[in-house]
Design a protein around this ligand. Structure first.
Ligand code: MEV
Length: 308
């Protein structure tokens, strides 16, 4: 018996952290995937990392084995698992969620997206205690999404009005999602109004971003990213290298740039560009300061009217 499942990583454009408290958020799937292969066996796990990648501190992130145990349940001991982790781990690209989704897909159940999401959130909670579900949702839908979790989860695929080129990069060392989410929770308890209104603004930035993406107004997307970046920096989530890289990206022609994902001492950043030339220029400028990045592109979809 051999079964495989695959799922993409994600990058958050808007709404990280605020999404945990009910604000809207936007996530994009990556072209980088996690592939899981299950064979009859005896609980052996073989994890292949992307070239040059390492898992900085296995204690701070859920080791893939723990995620696999949770996803596979009793079947774990009767299977050998090979994981091709094409998504860089511990960087803010949703590798844990993609691993959870790919494993559940290899198992073949559940089939419906909402049920798969509920199972993947349960598996991902091994990685951090209070996941909003945005990471597995982006991985399952495999398309740009607006995500919101209040009393229920709402996932809406986004129709993009103009092609958008997103530079994705990492700078500094990511310390793991759980401690950062816990710290924000503590600050929220100490200053509920201050943090609440900042979270509301992050949600409003996400909705402005959704509007800009839908209408092809990428300048609006960029402006909303700058406001979100200012607030996230105020939360202490933007590491020094990420802050410098965001400035470099904007100086090189990005319409807007910000940290992405959990943040903390370092981690992912995103920069939005209107043309592939501008995006390549941003990648080169980042490379010059030792920051590795690549370009993801998202095509404009015909509007419902013009598709008829
Ligand atoms: C992590 O990719 C995004 C956070 O908002 C946590 C979550 O939503 O589960 C920091």
């Amino acid at each position: 018996m051999k079964r495989t499942g695959e799922a993409p990583g994600k990058v958050i454009l808007f709404g990280e952290h605020a999404v945990v408290y009910g604000a809207a958020a936007v996530a994009l799937p990556l072209s980088k995937h996690v592939k899981v292969t299950l064979r009859d066996g005896s609980g052996q796990v073989d994890v292949r990392l992307p070239r040059r990648a390492t898992i900085p501190d296995a204690h701070r992130a859920a080791a893939p084995v723990e995620l696999l145990r949770r996803a596979l349940g009793a079947a774990f001991d009767a299977l050998d698992v090979r994981v091709d982790l094409g998504v860089p781990p511990m960087a803010g690209f949703g590798s844990s969620a993609a691993l959870a989704v790919a494993t559940l897909r290899a198992l073949g159940t559940p089939k419906s997206k909402p049920k798969l999401l509920a199972r993947a959130i349960d598996v991902e909670s091994v990685a951090h205690g209070r996941p909003s579900g945005i990471d597995p949702a982006a991985s399952i839908w495999g398309a740009p999404i607006r995500f919101q979790r209040t009393d229920r989860i709402r996932v809406k695929p986004l129709r993009i009005g103009a092609p958008v080129y997103v530079v994705v990069a990492t700078a500094g060392v990511h310390g793991g999602t759980a401690p950062v989410v816990a710290r924000i929770g503590e600050t929220r308890r100490a200053a509920p109004q201050l943090i609440g209104s900042a979270m509301d603004t992050l949600g409003a930035a996400a909705d402005a971003g959704v509007k800009g993406l839908r209408t092809g107004d990428l300048e609006l997307v960029g402006r909303a990213m700058k406001i979100a970046q200012g607030i996230l920096d105020g939360f202490g989530l933007v590491g020094l290298e990420v802050r410098a890289a965001v400035q470099t990206a904007e100086a090189a022609g990005a319409l807007g740039a910000k940290m992405s994902g959990a943040g903390g001492t370092g981690g992912a950043l995103v920069a939005v560009c209107a043309t592939p030339t501008a995006a390549r220029r941003v990648v080169r400028a980042l490379k010059d300061r030792g920051v590795d990045g690549w370009v993801e592109s998202y095509a404009a979809l015909p509007t419902e009217r013009s598709a008829r």
